[in-house]
Structure formats: C-alpha cells, structure tokens
Design a protein around this ligand. Structure first.
Ligand code: CA
Length: 229
C-alpha cells in the first residue's frame, strides 16, 4: 500500500517539488492550496500524513492543525509543519497544537522524505504496541487510547508517545536528550525545550484525574514516570 501524503501548501512550485519527491519515494501525493481544500480532501479519507505549510491564505496551518487534532477522525494523523525561517519563535505554539515535526524552508527534499519516513515509522510503531497498566493509568495500544480508571483520557499524539515510552520504562530517569532520541526519533532535530513543553502538556492532561504526579522531574537529570514519590 502506498502511503498517502496530503500536501497543504499555497506555493505551487513547492507543491510540485514535494509531490515529485514523494512519488519518487513511492508515496502518493494529494494537493491542497489552502486549509479549506485540505478539509475537503480529508473529509473523504484521512491521509497517512499531512505536510502543512505554516503560512496559508485564510486559515493558517497552525489553526488547521489545532482543528485536525480536535476531531477524533483526524486526531492521530501525523502532521509535519513547513515553516519559513523567522517563524521558529512560534515553534512552541505549534508543538502545543500537536504537530509531530517541523521542517524549515528552504529544505532539501531528501531531508523532508527522511522526516516523513521517521514520523510514519513512529506512528506505525504506536499502533502496533500492546496494552500497559501502571499507577491507575492504562494504555490500550491497539486502540491507541488512554484510560484513568474507567474514564478515557483525551491526549495529543506526542503526549501519547511520551506517556507510552514512560509507561514502558517506568521508574527510570531519562534526560531530555534521551527522551528526544527515544520518543521523537534520533534523526529528528528538535530542541530539548520541546521535551519540557510536552511534559507540561502531559501533566495538564493527567491533572484532572489526579495522576500528574506520575510524571516526575528529576533534578539535574530530566524526567521519570514513577508511582512512588
Ligand atoms: Ca505559504
């Protein structure tokens, strides 16, 4: 099965360059010049991954990412954001919107394809893992759902991966660099503060269930998932 990649980009030259690279990498490219066209394309069948330009006419890429994350049908579809230099200050906002990775323009198609493959691999690994239960939290791997007791926890895709990693490696401290490597994938260049952003978000997600203390800060090291204080 060819992976279907939705390319949301208003610049035709970039759309064409990316589509050419995707086809060469044996993937199928679907085009949308703006957020509205993207929503129309997604309403049919959600793609395997979305390449989303940050600056789009009308609804921005960031707004579209938030909207896709909020909808159950598209909440798990990986998103790679395309940003121009100078927009990097807003990266943290993008991470909060549940974006999986960033590629800064101008990029090489080789780098882009490598990032796409890494994100697709991670998404696939998530779906294939089993269930875990620790400290009142349960991950149903095949269903990609998290429960606190009987209540389902609404969780973003990156927080899900982070929690899954923590629960698979409970009671051990990890540095930010190790977490980046394990959860974001070694080939992906993201900053260490990205980890802090998603730790905050994960704690906020668990807070209503009184389980945020499972995610502990280890001074001078990083973080750990632990059921003992
Ligand atoms: Ca643009």
């Amino acid at each position: 099965m060819h992976k279907r990649i939705l390319v949301v980009e208003d610049e035709a030259s970039i759309r064409e360059m990316v589509s050419f690279a995707l086809r060469k990498a044996d993937m199928e490219a679907i085009h949308a010049p703006d957020a509205h066209a993207a929503l129309v394309a997604i309403s049919d069948t959600p793609p395997d991954l979305i390449l989303l330009d940050w600056m789009l006419p009308g609804m921005t890429g960031l707004e579209l990412a938030r909207r896709l994350r909020a909808e159950e049908r598209t909440s798990d579809v990986p998103i790679i954001m395309l940003t121009a230099r100078g927009e990097e200050m807003d990266r943290v906002n993008g991470l909060d919107a549940g974006v999986d990775d960033y590629v800064v323009k101008p990029f090489s198609t080789r780098e882009l394809i490598a990032r796409i493959k890494a994100v697709l691999r991670r998404a696939q690994a998530d779906g294939g893992t089993g269930s875990l239960e620790i400290g009142g939290l349960r991950i149903d791997g095949p269903a990609h759902r998290v429960y606190a007791g009987d209540a389902q926890v609404e969780i973003g895709p990156t927080e899900y991966r982070l929690l899954h990693f923590f629960m698979s490696h409970a009671e051990r401290a990890y540095s930010r660099a190790q977490l980046l490597d394990q959860v974001w994938g070694g080939s992906v260049y993201v900053e260490e503060r990205t980890v802090d952003v998603h730790i905050r978000r994960l704690r906020k997600t668990l807070e209503p269930f009184g389980l945020d203390s499972l995610i502990q800060t280890v001074r001078g090291t990083g973080y750990r998932f632990s059921t003992t204080q």
